[in-house]
Design a protein around this ligand. Structure first.
Ligand code: PEP
Ligand code: MG
Length: 576
């Protein structure tokens, strides 16, 4: 058994077969050669490249996990320099005049066959290590990536393992077969992680070293509560894991039941629980009967789908369809939030050193009015089909809000003049996701109809921690007290101005934080569809009076670990 640790991005358990993106899995080709010395040179180059990679993995794992866990990479280096194994392969290549990758595979198979007959479990495990090293060397020799989507074809119970997955790649994977996602890079609120959560698929990110040990076709157990991937599990381990999964599935059934009723606390306070949507799948599964609407409709997918900007008609169709599907419930459409980790190739945005601090979201929209006007016109036309609200992301000052509102008015005027139908009043809100907006929230509240807290970015910007950088994820903490104080400040300013306030970042469904959201008078939690039942269930198990005491207690604490411990013990009391 081997264990790799990462961060839990979407909780759950999965048992399945791994497909490792970018790893060689097809048959190794065999062909004749004329120059065996050139083959040796190719091998030495691949050996040096892999050796360097293992050096880096050793250091990283030692620093971030433990020396013990890092030792596997030293063991791989020993195998990589085993002249018995690779010396024989070079000899075979020269004698039979065949390509070196084929010769390596033959030698590897022979050695592995011997190891596998051994009684000693430790030695049998070494056979897998030898295979892993040989496969990697062959992969480097063959020039890297295979077509990942072809690998997935025809397989079920998939656990996708990758260095990183772009949202565009996650989107194309058949969700009915996908059991878990594991990435070596990334943070818990990367958009891939958000997508996984939306789909209710367990995901682990920042799993340092996973690519070196995971092999396509092998079984793995994914514990996305603990952020643990277990490779080569024993039958015993698999059995106890299956039991754990069964328990969890049972609990999930209880949560699922809670979906049907509104979220009302023990002392009668109702919270709206909405869903976040932002891809074709979540639009399809959207069921207005089990939620209070869509609290965040991310529109980026429309721009990431094709090779050109989506025109007004196409956007109008999508927005009006979702508004109609909502049957009168609110649909908060967020204007384009491209940039950061969401790229659109045809936009030709220059590479930036700090994309999260750069040209993204409302900054692009205000600077490129044509793109913005097209979207605003489409949204406004769709207001005739349902209860649509408009929300601007990444606000840092009042000027941006006023300018954006001015453009809404301009688009409305144009549409009316052209004879289009537009709802008479359209609520305009902003995301509070920068410390600048937090500090100005008393002023901003006077100019908008609602706030929605984008906690994914707010934690990132408050703690100066890149939400995608696995090296600093220990600082990206939803219990960070400065973040919690920020939410309190925003909520108080919204209330003072009599404005509606929601949370649409991932913390909206973070179980330990829900008591605080109720205590602070948050009107709406907008969550991944898979989290609806759990959030409603938990709200129904707490009373506003008791969570207010808890909130006061927590807000006076100084250490994050004390906050977490107190919130966890409260959760345990209410969710047994
Ligand atoms: C957020 O920042 O919390 C948010 C909901 O927006 P996104 O994750 O799309 O940046
Ligand atoms: Mg955001």
């Amino acid at each position: 058994m081997k264990k790799v640790k990462g961060l839990s991005a979407s909780k759950g358990y999965a048992i399945g077969e791994m497909v490792v993106k970018g790893k060689h899995t097809k048959e190794t080709p065999k062909f004749s050669i004329t120059d065996y010395k050139a083959e040796e040179l190719r091998f030495r180059k691949a050996q040096a490249e892999y050796n360097k990679e293992l050096d880096a993995l050793y250091i990283k794992t030692k620093e971030e996990i433990s020396e013990n866990d890092a030792e596997i990479f030293q063991a791989y280096q020993t195998i990589l320099h085993d002249e018995e194994l690779f010396g024989k392969a070079l000899k075979r290549s020269a004698e039979e005049m065949v390509n070196i990758e084929y010769a390596i595979e033959c030698e590897c198979n022979e050695i592995v066959a011997i190891f596998e007959t051994m009684d000693d479990e430790y030695l049998r495990e070494r056979a897998t290590d030898i295979q892993n090293v040989c496969k990697k060397v062959i992969e480097i020799l063959l020039g890297g990536e295979n077509d990942f989507l072809n690998e997935i074809e025809g397989k079920s119970d998939l656990i996708i393992v990758a260095d990183d997955l772009a949202p565009s790649e996650t989107v194309v994977i058949d969700k009915t077969k996908l059991r878990a996602l594991v990435t070596e890079k990334g943070g818990v609120t990367s958009h891939t992680a958000i997508l996984a959560k939306a789909m209710g698929i367990p995901a682990i990110v920042g799993a340092s070293g996973i690519l070196a040990v995971a092999e396509t076709g092998e079984k793995a157990l994914v514990n996305a509560f603990k952020g643990e991937i277990i490779l080569e599990p024993t039958a015993e381990e698999e059995k106890s894991f299956a039991l754990l999964k069964e328990e969890y599935d049972k609990k999930n059934k209880v949560y699922k039941e809670a979906e049907k009723a509104p979220a009302i606390s023990l002392d009668g306070v109702k919270m709206n629980v909405n869903i976040n949507s932002g891809d074709k799948e979540s639009m399809e599964i959207f069921n207005p009967d089990v939620c209070d609407g869509i609290g965040l409709f991310r529109t980026e997918f429309l721009y990431m789908d094709g090779n050109d900007y989506p025109d007004e008609e196409r956007q109008y169709k999508v927005y009006s369809t979702i508004a109609e599907k909502a049957k009168g419930k609110e649909v908060i459409i967020r204007t384009l939030d491209i940039g950061g980790d969401k790229e659109v190739p045809y936009m030709n945005l220059p590479k930036e050193d700090n994309p999260f601090l750069g040209y993204r979201a409302i900054r692009i929209c205000l600077n490129e009015p044509e793109i913005f006007m097209t979207q605003l016109r489409a949204i406004l036309r769709a207001t005739a089909h349902g209860n649509i609200k408009i929300m601007f992301p990444m606000i840092v000052n009042l000027e941006e809000v006023l300018k954006a509102k001015e453009m809404v008015e301009k688009a409305k005027k144009q549409l009316l003049e052209e004879g289009h139908k537009v709802s008479e009043h359209v609520d305009i809100g902003i995301m509070i996701e920068t410390p600048a907006a937090v500090m100005l929230s008393d002023v901003l509240a006077e100019h908008v109809d609602f706030f929605s807290i984008g906690s994914n970015d707010l934690i990132q910007y408050t703690t100066a921690t890149d939400r995608l950088n696995e090296k600093v994820q220990h600082l990206y903490d939803c219990c960070n007290i400065s973040f919690l104080r920020s939410v309190k400040m925003i909520a108080e300013n919204a209330k003072k101005a009599g404005k509606y306030i929601g949370i649409c970042g991932e913390t909206a469904s973070e179980a330990i934080l829900i008591p605080l959201w109720l205590a602070l008078g948050i009107d709406e939690l907008s969550v991944a569809p898979s989290q609806l039942g759990k959030v409603k269930y938990l709200i129904g198990r707490m009373a506003k009076t008791s969570v207010q005491e808890l909130m006061n207690e927590v807000m006076s604490m100084h250490k994050i670990e004390d906050v977490r411990a107190r919130l966890e013990s409260f959760l345990e009391e209410i969710d047994r």
